[in-house]
Ligand binder design. Structure first.
Ligand code: URA
Length: 239
């Protein structure tokens, strides 16, 4: 059994309400626990009990999992003295001790970034053994050739001698391509494309394993993952 938690904390942990909002709605009698209305926010219950607000079932999770649409100009770090970080963009209600980005995007790269305080999942998703695919859209100078596609598939060696795993490259017409990587070396997409004479003008990550960037999420915004998204992520680390 999970450790009993205060009702207001349980609701705030979902990221949908602040502690203050949670206390108010509990006092209004909108929360049920195993079918019974409980009106005291300080009451402690088993978090795996059946919770519902206004009749809608609420899923409590020990950890928070956030999808962010990272904008350009923000560092993938938890703190920095000189530049804004992705943690600065997380709304107060969604912040938790230990919340960290899973992997890194360059300062000028935009798109899908996962943040969590689940250290085990963070580690598993970055582990090379598991090879979680990451898909990027790149605006480039030039057009992808069949030779570029073939060499990405075989495994490109960068100019400094770094060997890359096999990767998918797909030309999407002049100036645009899609790259799928199974690893995450420093500036990897930019370096691989530059090596083929295709300098990157802008880069966006659109998916990571089963997680796809939510197109309705504005740049700079973050939202909690849906329970099916968390389940799919966990499943892909258990393959
Ligand atoms: N590859 C890059 O070059 N930059 C990123 O931000 C991510 C992958």
């Amino acid at each position: 059994m999970e450790k009993a938690l205060r009702l207001d904390k349980l609701l705030a942990d979902t990221g949908r309400w602040s502690r203050k909002e949670a206390r108010a709605l509990i006092r209004q009698g909108r929360l049920t626990v195993d079918g019974a209305v409980l009106r005291q926010p300080e009451l402690r219950v088993d978090p795996t009990a059946a919770l519902a607000v206004d009749g809608e079932p609420i899923c409590w999770s020990r950890y928070v999992y956030l999808m962010m649409n990272k904008p350009a100009g923000v560092l993938t770090a938890t703190e920095d003295r000189h530049a804004p970080t992705v943690l600065d963009l997380v709304p107060e209600a969604l912040r938790r001790p230990g919340l960290s980005p899973v992997g890194r995007l360059d300062k000028d790269t935009t798109g899908l970034l996962l943040l969590t305080d689940d250290g085990a999942l963070n580690h598993a998703l970055l582990s090379l053994k598991r090879h979680v695919d990451k898909v990027y859209l790149a605006h480039i100078d030039g057009t992808v050739s069949q030779g570029d596609v073939d060499i990405f598939r075989t495994g490109l060696t960068l100019e400094d001698g770094t060997a890359c795993l096999s990767a998918e490259l797909e030309g999407l017409g002049p100036g645009l391509c899609r790259v799928t990587l199974r690893e995450g070396k420093f500036h990897q997409v930019k370096r691989m494309l530059a090596c083929r004479g295709l300098p990157v003008q802008s880069l966006q990550r659109v998916s990571m394993g089963p997680l796809v960037l939510d197109e309705t999420l504005p740049e700079g915004a973050a939202r909690p993952l849906k329970s099916e998204e968390v389940t799919a992520l966990v499943a892909c680390t258990e393959r």
